[in-house]
Design a protein around this ligand. Structure first.
Ligand code: NAP
Length: 474
């Protein structure tokens, strides 16, 4: 069985230790991934710091050219890398292909943003002074990414950090390291300076601690659970380490009776079932105005029953496996808890046959507010649908969560769109749109969904220092 290497200071390295990589569609170990210890990580930070000394002086245009070359290499290998994503993550191949295309677009967006690290000239109060606001790169950045979008979520950290003039060490999720290896190969193929980009895999808590403690590591950008985000915040307090946090979500979907029902069902299906429900912006709670509740539920259930579940590599598949057995156990717990609280199970509700970590696409209706799935992230293809009567009730339900990552609204009334965009407590609001992510707009949460933004011009800003330069000309 092949053991894949980490990428340290321009070298592909295999240490004595490795972890298994599992295909969630059949629960089989199909590869092993090298792991490193904190000595390697400390050395990687030192090498990244050395590389920073040169990279920070490459012009924005020059840095952008490197990113374009990486994008071209990723594009060239898109089919092969999409298959790697489907094998280790489980998602349907068309969605993996979409993820590669999204990552290429992120690289190209930040390749162009690299030229735009603008400062400003500020009018002086004293005649003999001149004031400049300048932007300089932070230094060495540690990027910690999750398994659910193993390529796109890593690239939306690495690309802006490199564009800003920083150097980066990526620590991907242990469950999906091979996608990160493939990305590192794309970087390596363009022959970057040693230490510009490095890949480490290993015990997350120890690696995270080294990132927190090492003074040469200037920022940690993390995407993952709110629980781990909280641990990083605690650890960061000691060294006042800057953090960017993209954490959990619990998106509400509000469907009003003035919506285009076909469009609402189609987009709610995307928001719920994309990536088998394992998306931070997945629809977790679907609230439908009582007047159209039966019609919405009927159409949603019919379409859910038509979803084809199977291996991500089967081109017909729309619902792949969940990432692991723990995820299946949580799905079962959420369904049983909702049903015991009075919810009706209209379809699905069971684990799939076979060895993989499959769970059927499921619809629950009339789910109690207190059910687990109404406030904990389900991260599975389970759609709880429940009715509401008035707009103010819908807003109260939507905002009644500790999370605030995304929210969805279906309505045709323009005034309502603006009212809800103002008051919904979420970093991203999809209006008649179940898939609001795009490279050129900021992605981030409010409340316990995180700090800061990725993508958009905000995405590169996160890796720049702001300095005031005051010049006296007296
Ligand atoms: P997770 O358990 O928090 O893991 C995310 C990453 O953090 C992995 O690389 C993991 O490494 C690492 N990690 C675990 N413990 C750590 C520690 N003590 N210190 C430093 N790093 C540590 O999350 P997950 O289950 O992989 O991902 C699902 C979660 O991510 C969900 O809550 C989802 O909503 C959230 N998410 C948020 C966004 C967003 O943009 N807001 C996007 C996608 C996902 P190991 O794999 O080696 O344990």
């Amino acid at each position: 069985m092949k053991t894949y290497p980490v990428y340290l200071n321009g070298n592909w390295t295999i240490t004595g230790d490795s972890i298994p990589v599992v295909n969630p569609a059949d629960a089989e170990v199909f590869a092993r991934m090298t792991v490193v210890d904190t000595v390697h990580v400390a050395q990687a930070i030192k090498d990244a710091h050395t590389a920073f000394g040169g990279w920070r002086h490459v012009t924005g245009k020059g840095r952008g050219e490197w990113l374009h070359k990486i994008a071209t290499e990723l594009e060239r290998r898109r089919e092969e890398i999409a298959r790697i994503i489907s094998v280790e993550n489980g998602k349907p191949l068309t969605q993996s292909q979409g993820e590669v295309a999204l990552a290429v677009d992120h690289l190209r967006w930040f390749a162009e943003e690299a030229r735009r690290g603008y400062g400003r000239v500020v009018p002086q109060q004293a005649e003999e002074k001149r004031h400049l606001v300048v932007k300089t790169p932070l230094g060495v950045v540690a990027a910690i990414s999750p398994w659910n979008f193993p390529l796109a979520l890593a690239v939306r950290k690495v690309a802006p950090a490199l564009a800003a003039g920083c150097t980066v060490i990526l620590k991907p999720a242990s469950q999906t390291p091979l996608t990160a290896v493939a990305f590192a190969e794309c970087v390596d193929a363009v022959k970057p300076p040693n230490g510009l980009f490095q890949l480490v895999v290993g015990l997350a808590a120890e690696i995270g601690q080294e990132f927190l403690n090492n003074p040469l590591c200037r920022k940690i950008t993390f995407t993952g659970s709110t629980e781990v985000g909280r641990k990083l915040i605690e650890g960061a307090a000691r060294h006042i380490k800057p953090l960017a946090l993209e954490l959990g979500g619990h998106a509400p979907v509000l469907v009003f009776d003035d919506c285009d029902l076909d469009q609402a069902v189609k987009h709610a299906m995307i928001a719920k079932f994309r990536n088998t429900g394992q998306s931070c912006i997945a629809a977790n709670r679907i609230y439908v105005q009582r007047t159209i509740y039966p019609d919405f539920v009927r159409a949603f259930v019919n379409q859910t029953k038509d979803l084809k579940m199977g291996s991500g590599l089967d081109p017909e598949t729309q619902i792949g496996p969940l990432i692991d057995e723990t995820a299946v156990a949580r799905a079962i717990e959420h369904v049983q808890d909702a049903v015991s609280g009075g919810a009706k199970l209209l379809c699905g509700g069971n684990r799939g046959n076979g060895l993989g970590f499959f769970f059927e696409p499921t619809v629950l209706t009339d789910v109690a507010r207190t059910a687990l799935c109404m406030f904990e992230e389900t991260f599975a293809p389970i759609a709880p649908i429940t009715p509401f009567d008035t707009e103010s009730e819908a807003i109260e339900l939507a905002n009644g969560s500790n999370y605030g990552l995304s929210a969805y609204v279906f309505t045709q009334e323009l005034k309502r769109m603006f009212r809800l965009a103002d008051v919904l407590e979420a970093g991203m609001i999809g209006i008649n749109d179940g898939l609001p992510t795009t490279s050129q707009c900021p992605f981030g949460g409010v409340k316990q969904s995180g700090w800061g933004h990725e993508l958009g011009s905000e995405g590169m800003e996160a890796f720049l220092e702001t300095k005031h330069v005051s010049i006296s000309i007296d």
